[in-house]
Design a protein around this ligand. Structure first.
Ligand SMILES: Cc1cc2nc3c(=O)[nH]c(=O)nc-3n(C[C@H](O)[C@H](O)[C@H](O)COP(=O)(O)O)c2cc1C
Length: 363
């Protein structure tokens, strides 16, 4: 059997192949209620129908005051559960395992949603932030756990902590942007404490069968430190790691001539460090089926995480696993600068010509 088609055990679930859908926010598909509309269920169902083994539903906020945009999905209120149930059921119908990414913007909170607050009072992207008090940290940890409980009620197989890309959990991990002097700052152990407490709290509240994943950083600011944080997450009970970028460093000194980029490389190094304790996924710029297969066939990762390739074509997984034809992501990066991706993505526009009902197209 082709290695990308080999099932992989993630927590309590058997995922049917090695192709996973990375989280991708779709701002503007709902209103300020944060309730998923039917459009989300159709979007994720298309990726499940296309054979994707595991789907991570996009960054979903645990608190209205931690949102990245006013129209971000939420799991801070019970009224949001039914919309999420529709997503989970739509994916399960086609045999996908489905997690939802739980998120808090911290310093990156949208000004219409809340103050720019995180672990410390620092200069962040040219503005001054405020530090959360100890009581506020305890409350936000509780919001992550309550969001996971709602995710379980909605029928998701688990949650993923958004612990990379400079958001709240990553801000705690970063020595540059966490200058606390209490048990949440200083040593690597202390900086990883917030994430670990959330992981333990979710397993306690939702049971050990409920998958807890972390999307963590491959270098923060060094590979060694990122590995120590990942070790702490694994000790706390994390079931699955997806490795992406964090806040720092600016440059990674990585070997030249590899058929993948530095972010994927940090993922392969994490995979090597973790040594099978939990499955590890790599991401970034894997836009050709042969690249995805190369990483799996050579034992460099356990799963391949795709965002733009699966935005461009919900059947991308079939290209990876069966060699079928697919609509290519042009790597134009328009979607990176506009999370309203479907408005401008040329691949989606191409697809829309053949499929006028294409849910991703917005005119
Ligand atoms: C439109 C868009 C939305 C994204 N939203 C999220 C998100 O909600 N959570 C997250 O961790 N990463 C998010 N990302 C990052 C992707 O998951 C992924 O790491 C990145 O696009 C690189 O992978 P790719 O080359 O396969 O696209 C987003 C990326 C794009 C293009």
């Amino acid at each position: 059997m082709n290695k990308v088609n080999m099932p992989v055990k993630i927590g309590s679930k058997l995922v049917k192949n090695r192709s996973t859908y990375a989280p991708t926010v779709k701002f503007g598909w709902t209103d300020t209620s944060g309730i998923p509309t039917e459009r989300f269920a159709r979007h994720y169902e298309d990726r499940a129908k296309g054979g994707t083994g595991l789907i991570v539903v996009e960054a979903t906020c645990v608190s209205p005051t931690g949102r990245l945009a006013p129209s971000q999905l939420g799991l801070w209120d019970d009224v949001q559960i039914d919309g999420h149930r529709a997503i989970a059921e739509a994916c399960h119908k086609h045999g996908a395992v489905v997690l939802v990414q739980i998120h808090h913007g911290g310093y990156n909170t949208h000004p219409e949603c809340g103050p720019s607050k995180g672990p410390s009072s620092v200069t962040w992207r040219e503005h001054q932030t405020e530090a959360f008090t100890h009581e506020e940290i305890t409350a936000i940890r509780g919001q992550f756990i309550e969001a996971a409980e709602r995710a379980k009620k909605a029928g998701y197989d688990g949650v993923q902590l958004h612990a990379c890309h400079g958001y709240l959990i990553n801000q705690f991990v970063s020595p540059a942007f966490n200058t606390r002097a209490d048990e949440y700052g200083g040593s690597t152990e202390n900086r990883g404490r917030f994430g670990c407490e959330i992981i333990r709290g979710i397993h306690k509240a939702c049971g050990s069968d409920f998958i807890v994943s972390a999307r963590t950083t491959g270098a923060e600011p060094t590979l060694d430190e990122a590995w120590s944080i990942a070790d702490a997450y694994i000790d706390a009970g994390v079931d699955y790691l997806q490795v992406s970028s964090g806040i720092g460093p600016e440059e990674i000194n990585y070997p030249e001539g590899l058929p993948y980029n530095s972010i994927v490389w940090t993922g392969t190094q994490m995979h090597c460090h973790v040594k099978g304790r939990v499955p590890v996924s790599v991401v970034n710029g894997i836009l050709k089926p042969e690249h995805a297969r190369y990483l799996i066939d050579n034992g460099l990762a356990d799963t391949i995480d795709s965002a733009r390739a699966l935005l461009a074509d919900p059947k991308w997984t079939m290209a990876v696993t069966e060699g079928e034809d697919y609509v290519r992501c042009r790597n134009c990066k328009v979607c990176f600068w506009s999370p309203f991706m479907p408005h401008k993505c040329p691949a989606v526009a191409e697809r829309h010509k053949n499929d006028p009902d294409c849910v991703d197209f917005a005119g």
